[in-house]
Design a protein around this ligand. Structure first.
Ligand SMILES: [Zn+2]
Length: 309
């Protein structure tokens, strides 16, 4: 178990700027390739740019023109991912046979970045940005730790909260599944390449847990209104993993079990957080209402058409 991670530690200066520059550069190149080969071929999008910028923002998705979009990761976010990766690497390394500490940092940075990137891509491809625009904002900041006023998606604040959380859950569902099958776009780790499906899901569960807990920690204690708690997001993600396991013809129960073990490995054994079964039960109740909330919110009219080419 590591020392407790604090907001100030995540915001602090990364201890290896050369390595962080290399990882950011690799992330940008991998994202560009993935967007060209997968996103733009699959969806009717004119352009989708991705950049890492030296700015104090965390993650932003923006409509820049007719059918053109931009996703930006600020150095504040990549620095925080790097700091978390450096902190957990000595513990995680024990699970990654033959990997050095710097390889473990690189793998962790790549995985968490990829999950967050694909979550932002989903906000674009699922028409969420147009939906948010129809409610008055052209710009979407993923984490709000500045108490910036938020737009509401319904005049009833509780319904607005449900709509926001449904929108975030759709983005999570895409990111959780797509990251498993497309991690090869960013991966440089030969250890990961030889993993069997259940071991992949174990490590995927650990990285999803790290990513969701990181996003929660970056909110710095503010209720950002939009995202379910990290452990509930992880519980919800199990439905996506079950769907993926069926599609890939993996053993469903074994695959989901490995993902859950991965969640606990990261949250409890490495990050030292208290984890109870309650969020998993709350996630199951939440899933029962999700389709109805998505219908009420009316996301469907904003979906980006899928290309059949
Ligand atoms: Zn989001």
């Amino acid at each position: 178990m590591i020392s407790p991670i604090t907001f100030d530690f995540l915001m602090g200066p990364p201890n290896d700027l050369v390595l962080l520059d290399e990882l950011e550069c690799h992330l940008a190149k991998s994202a560009e390739k993935f967007i060209d080969e997968v996103v733009k071929k699959g969806f009717a999008i004119e352009s989708l740019d991705f950049e890492c910028s030296y700015s104090p923002i965390l993650a932003r998705a923006k409509i820049t023109g007719k059918s053109t979009y931009k996703i930006t990761f600020g150095r504040t976010l990549t620095g925080a991912i790097f700091n978390l990766a450096s902190s957990i690497a000595p513990c995680l390394q024990k699970e990654m046979t033959g990997c050095s500490e710097s390889e473990t940092i690189g793998y962790t940075f790549n995985y968490i970045s990829w999950l967050i990137l694909l979550h932002e891509v989903a906000h674009v491809t699922h028409g969420h940005l147009e939906y948010i625009k129809s409610n008055g904002s052209n710009d979407y900041h993923e984490v709000n730790n500045q108490r910036t006023p938020l737009i509401h998606l319904h005049t009833d604040q509780e319904e607005s909260k449900r709509f926001w959380r449904a929108l975030e859950s759709e983005a999570d569902a895409y990111a959780i599944n797509a990251s498993v099958v497309t991690f090869r776009y960013i991966n440089t780790n030969v250890w990961w390449n030889q993993l069997k499906p259940q071991a992949i899901m174990h490590h995927h569960g650990a990285m999803a847990s790290a990513a969701f807990h990181l996003m929660h920690m970056l909110a710095n204690g503010h209720d950002d209104f939009r995202h379910p708690a990290a452990n509930i997001r992880l519980g919800i993600s199990l439905a996506s993993i079950e769907t993926l396991a069926k599609r890939m013809k993996w053993t469903v129960a074994g695959t989901v079990e490995e993902a859950i073990k991965g969640h606990y490995l990261m949250a409890s054994d490495i990050l030292g957080l208290h984890v109870s079964i309650t969020p998993k039960l709350e996630a199951a109740c939440y899933m029962l209402t999700l389709d109805d909330v998505i219908n009420r919110a009316g996301f469907s009219q904003f979906r980006i058409p899928i290309q059949l080419s």
